[in-house]
Write a protein that binds this ligand. Structure first.
Ligand SMILES: C[S@@+](CC[C@H](N)C(=O)[O-])C[C@H]1O[C@@H](n2cnc3c(N)ncnc32)[C@H](O)[C@@H]1O
Length: 212
């Protein structure tokens, strides 16, 4: 009951943003910038985008669409951004046209989805990305031996923490992983850049690779 009340408070836009700041989100955004490199994009869909905070990381002249299934977060996003493009919807079935996006973002969302929903979201991403488009994926990992992570997961509203292997078994089944990195910052995290272009077997070999 206390946890439920805390989750409700944390879902208010300003509170959510404060938690993110304290958690060191700006350091994580630096990693996103490096991983994206010079990849060009104009239309961007942020699935489970919350308060749309990542908008500040992106070029100011792109079309950024923030999709989330919680209205309070989108309202906060719209209050802060004039001309904000917010979509109240489900990341597993978006109202977005085929091959219309250059970049799909999926940050800290997968642990809110069960395996079937995660698979649907990944397929949805492959549908909406144009050829050459990119997925930026990021989430905390389930590492049973890492106690700070276990503590954080026990407080989290998302109920599907996964190991790196479990995440990759779903994501790499439908996309081509171009870049992969893991790092620790309270939780252990996985950051991926992937493409929905036709998969070539050699690209699914292990290892870290740069965006071509
Ligand atoms: C931990 S928050 C991350 C928000 C944002 N990506 C960020 O990095 O600040 C997870 C978000 O996913 C949203 N979410 C969960 N399931 C969803 C679904 N099926 N469709 C759309 N949004 C969803 C939640 O409402 C929440 O805003």
């Amino acid at each position: 009951m206390i946890l439920k009340a805390l989750h409700r408070v944390a879902s208010f836009g300003p509170v959510y943003d404060l938690i993110q700041t304290v958690g060191g989100i700006e350091l994580v955004y630096r990693r996103f910038r490096r991983a994206l490199g010079e990849h060009p994009y104009h239309n961007v869909l942020d699935l489970g985008g919350g308060t749309g905070r990542i908008r500040n990381l992106l070029s100011s002249d792109c079309n950024y669409y923030c999709l989330d299934n919680e209205a309070p977060k989108l309202l906060h996003f719209r209050r802060r951004n004039k001309n904000a493009l917010a979509i109240l919807g489900d990341a597993t079935a978006t109202p977005v046209a085929d091959a219309s996006m250059d970049l799909a973002i999926c940050v800290a969302v997968s642990h809110h989805l069960n395996d079937l929903e995660l698979q649907r979201m990944v397929l949805e991403i492959t549908r909406i990305l144009r050829p050459g488009g990119r997925l930026l994926f990021y989430d905390a990992l389930w590492k049973p031996k890492w106690w700070p992570g276990r503590l954080l997961w026990s407080l989290d509203r998302g109920s599907n923490p996964r190991t790196k292997e479990a995440l990759l078994s779903i994501i790499a089944k439908h996309t081509r992983i171009l870049h992969q990195e893991e790092f620790r910052q309270a939780h252990e995290y996985l950051l991926l850049i992937a493409s929905a272009d036709e998969m070539q077997p050699k690209d699914l070999r292990n290892g870290r690779r740069a965006i071509p």
